[in-house]
Design a protein around this ligand. Structure first.
Ligand code: IMP
Ligand code: MG
Length: 175
């Protein structure tokens, strides 16, 4: 069916849903009594965003941004381009960025600076996956679903050349 070779199931949907519940409750505690804005980074974060938001019982709004640092390659170019900007005024707001994976850290580092410049009161990061070996800039990831080793991950929103986002589990692409 696919012309790329993908691995076996690395993280199941059940594991992801359980983790979303856990992180959702933590966020509820951390922001008790506050209003928050969840900003999902398109397109990779769509499934994780949906899982996280339904597990947070707080006053909140959501928005999405699309940016790319990758093009069609499997290594980050280090250049971040905004393809779709926010519609929300972030001035004085508590922002949680919801991202699929933190690799080099370049994208999130850029986005944090960008949201600061838009007046956000606080900015935290909630990533489904963290690939610490890929890091090129230091970045605090406040809420992490799972750590993965340095392979090219696909599934559950993550793509290779825009494919495999629909897989209901996390796997990897064989070299
Ligand atoms: P960073 O700027 O290098 O941290 O990369 C962030 C973006 O690169 C993520 O939002 C993903 O879209 C993409 N990315 C990084 N690693 C992977 C991977 O293993 N599989 C699929 N996409 C990835
Ligand atoms: Mg992405």
């Amino acid at each position: 069916m696919h012309k790329d070779t993908i691995g076996t199931v690395m993280i199941t949907q059940e594991q992801i849903l359980a983790k979303a519940e856990e992180i959702g409750s933590q966020i509820e505690k951390d922001y008790a009594g506050e209003e928050i804005v969840l900003v999902g980074i398109l397109r990779g974060a769509v499934l994780w965003m949906a899982d996280i938001m339904k597990n947070i019982n707080l006053d909140m709004t959501i928005d999405f941004m699309a940016c790319s640092s990758y093009g069609a390659a499997t290594k980050s170019s280090g250049v971040v381009k905004i393809n779709k900007d926010l519609d929300t005024d972030l001035n004085g707001k508590h922002v949680i960025i919801v991202e699929d994976i933190v690799d080099s850290g370049v994208t999130l580092n850029y986005l944090k600076g960008y949201f600061e410049s838009r007046g956000a009161k606080s900015i935290k990061i909630c990533a489904l996956l963290d690939k610490p070996e890929g890091r090129r800039v230091e970045i605090d990831v406040d809420y992490v679903g799972f750590e993965v080793d340095d392979r090219f991950i696909v599934g559950y929103g993550l793509d290779f050349n825009q494919k495999y986002r629909n897989l209901p589990y996390i796997t990897w692409l064989e070299e």
